[in-house]
Design a protein around this ligand. Structure first.
Ligand SMILES: [Zn+2]
Ligand SMILES: [Zn+2]
Ligand SMILES: [Zn+2]
Length: 333
């Protein structure tokens, strides 16, 4: 489309002179239009559909670039009908541009191929929309924060969550969906101490699952969670006898030694577990067992425990049994 007009107003006036029937439409098309001096684009502001400016004509909303293209077509080819199977495109790739010199017709087929290529729209940020979006998000964040801060209650050493719960676990709902819920305990801890790593979780040292007191929480590796919880439970549940021995009541196995559930379906003897808690995971050498020197079979006081090679223990047991048998024999003789 080869219009010689330099400005939208000049184009409208030229159209009005040459095609009086299109005068009103042409003037309406170029309203709210400014010329960009660098690109020579005629940028039309105002109502737009998917970025393309339109005006209302007889109850319809044709794109302004289509109207301009039709007016130009009537000027250049007064005897042929407008090709309705063609799309109006702009060489400048600017959706707002209605400069007839930038507009051209492209067949639907070609447009289809063209549209498969990544479309890079003219960088046109909509500042007011962005600002409103950010304000809305900030508003939501502030109300969430206020709601969060208001739902804690001091209880002695503990700092307990009195907000929402799901299956007895504390949650802070972000919206109406459970999937959008946050863990208030973790949020509180992260705010005070440090953010957790991807493979880390918090475990409670106190018995309240809704407590967020920093001293009552501990960061552990995800893979260590079950074991760490078993340790805490173990230390909390063992009782001290007046003679200094400590006992733990758990599951008993055939040999009368208490078993501790250390998670993932695994168990460990309470004595062994107590020794490992005190001296570390690798403290018991390969092939060794943990024994007590206080003589109390169920004692888990680490001060009363020591390790010995399995073989020695078996030999000792055999010796014990034999001496008992010989005692018995001499007694009955
Ligand atoms: Zn343009
Ligand atoms: Zn606590
Ligand atoms: Zn003991």
């Amino acid at each position: 489309m080869n219009s010689t007009a330099e400005t939208p107003a000049a184009w409208a006036e030229q159209t009005a002179m040459e095609q009086p029937k299109d005068a009103v439409l042409a003037r309406r098309c170029v309203q709210q239009t400014e010329v960009d001096s660098a690109s020579r684009c005629w940028n039309r502001s105002g109502q737009a559909n998917q970025g393309y400016p339109y005006i209302k004509v007889k109850g319809k909303r044709p794109a302004v670039r289509l109207l301009i293209s039709q007016i130009e077509h009537r000027r250049l080819n007064p005897d042929s009908p407008y090709p309705s199977d063609m799309f109006v495109r702009a060489t400048c790739n600017n959706q707002r541009c209605i400069n007839p010199a930038h507009l051209y017709l492209k067949s639907q087929h070609d447009c289809g191929v063209d549209d498969l290529l990544p479309y890079v729209p003219e960088a046109k940020p909509k500042p007011h929309v962005e600002v409103i979006k950010v304000q809305k998000i900030m508003q939501r964040v502030t109300t969430l924060k206020q709601r969060f801060e208001a739902q804690w209650k001091k209880e002695g050493e503990h700092e307990r969550w009195i907000g929402g719960r799901s299956h007895n676990a504390p949650i802070l709902r972000r919206g109406k969906y459970k999937a959008a819920a946050l863990d208030p305990i973790q949020m509180r801890y992260e705010g005070k101490v440090r953010p957790l790593g991807a493979d880390e979780v918090l475990i409670h040292l106190c018995e309240h699952k809704d407590c967020a007191a920093v001293a009552h929480l501990k960061i552990v590796k995800k893979s260590e969670k079950a074991r760490a919880r078993a340790e805490i439970k173990f230390l909390r549940n063992k009782t001290r006898d007046p003679n200094g021995c400590e006992t733990f009541t758990g599951k008993k196995r055939a040999s009368e030694q208490q078993l501790v559930n250390i998670g993932s379906g695994r168990h460990m003897t309470a004595r062994r577990f107590a020794y490992e808690i005190e001296h570390g995971r690798d403290a018991i050498p390969e092939g060794h067992v943990v024994r007590t020197h206080c003589g109390c079979e169920n004692c888990v006081n680490p001060a009363h425990l020591y390790t010995a090679p399995k073989g020695d223990v078996a030999r000792e047991n055999v010796q014990k049994r034999e001496s008992r048998r010989s005692e018995h024999a001499t007694a009955t003789m």
